[in-house]
Each structure stands twice: as C-alpha cells, then as structure tokens.
Design a protein around this ligand. Structure first.
Ligand SMILES: [Cu+2]
Length: 147
C-alpha cells in the first residue's frame, strides 16, 4: 500500500513539474519602439517544446501569419488586433510576419530546440526579404540568432 501511494505521488509530481516548466513568451506587436518602426518585440524567441507564445496587439493594425513552420506543425494566422496564443509542439524554427507590414520588415522567428528545418526556413526568409522595402537587415539579424 505504501509503495502504491508513493508511485501515485511520483506520477502526480511529474505531471505538475512538466506543467510548471512550460514558459509563456510574450511578443508585442508595435508601430514604434525607440528608432524602430513596425516590429515584433522581441523578434526572436528561443523556446522549448510545450512552451507557448502569446502575440499581444500592444498597438493597433497588426496580426500574425506563419510563413514556415516545422513539418508536423500547423501554420497559423491570427485576427487583426486580437491577442493570439500558439502552443509549440514541434521542434524547429517558426518564421512569421505581419501581412500588412511585411514590406517594412515586420517579421519574427521562434526557435524550439534544434533548428531541424533551417534550410526550408532560410529559403522562406530570403524570399520574404526580397519583398521588403525597408528593414530587410532584420532577416539577417534573426538568422544570426539561430543556434
Ligand atoms: Cu504589422
């Protein structure tokens, strides 16, 4: 009986500890931050499988669409000016943009574990870079943060 109780307790502790180790990352959508315009802040997030990312419409006129995600993950799109949360269930890179402001370089990147889909994401990022009129250096800055 004591052994049984110990096992149940161990199982419960495991569930609680998994839950408490997931992190919620908050990414704000902004028109202006210092000398930067039309941006996700932070634009790069390093996360673990099971974490969530909440996109916060701190200023208006923005939403978020995934352009390249790991093979088994589902691409997402949020609604204009609405908070939006994604759960990161697959390892890899998630590249996303704000559609109305892609041409101004409003893009972001989430890394979950290893960058297993780096080649595909790099292609998508280079293609997006070609559509930007300003801030295209943000693409290189994001790629430089991939570990
Ligand atoms: Cu925007």
């Amino acid at each position: 009986m004591t052994l049984f109780i110990t096992r149940v307790f161990t199982a419960l502790t495991l569930v609680v500890s998994i839950g408490s180790h997931a992190t919620e990352h908050v990414v704000r959508m902004l028109n202006l931050d210092g000398d930067q315009t039309m941006l996700f802040q932070p634009a790069f997030v390093n996360a673990k499988v099971g974490d969530t990312v909440r996109f916060e419409p701190t200023q208006t006129g923005h939403y978020v669409r995934a352009l390249a995600v790991p093979d088994k993950a589902t691409a997402w799109q949020s609604e204009l000016d609405k908070p939006f949360t994604i759960k990161l269930e697959q390892e890899g890179l998630y590249f996303y943009m704000c559609p109305p402001h892609l041409m101004m370089g409003m893009v972001g990147l989430v890394q979950v574990g290893n960058a297993v889909n780096l080649d595909a994401v790099r292609k998508s990022m280079q293609s997006s870079k070609g559509r930007m009129y300003s801030n295209s250096a943000r693409i290189d800055a994001l790629l430089a943060q991939v570990k």
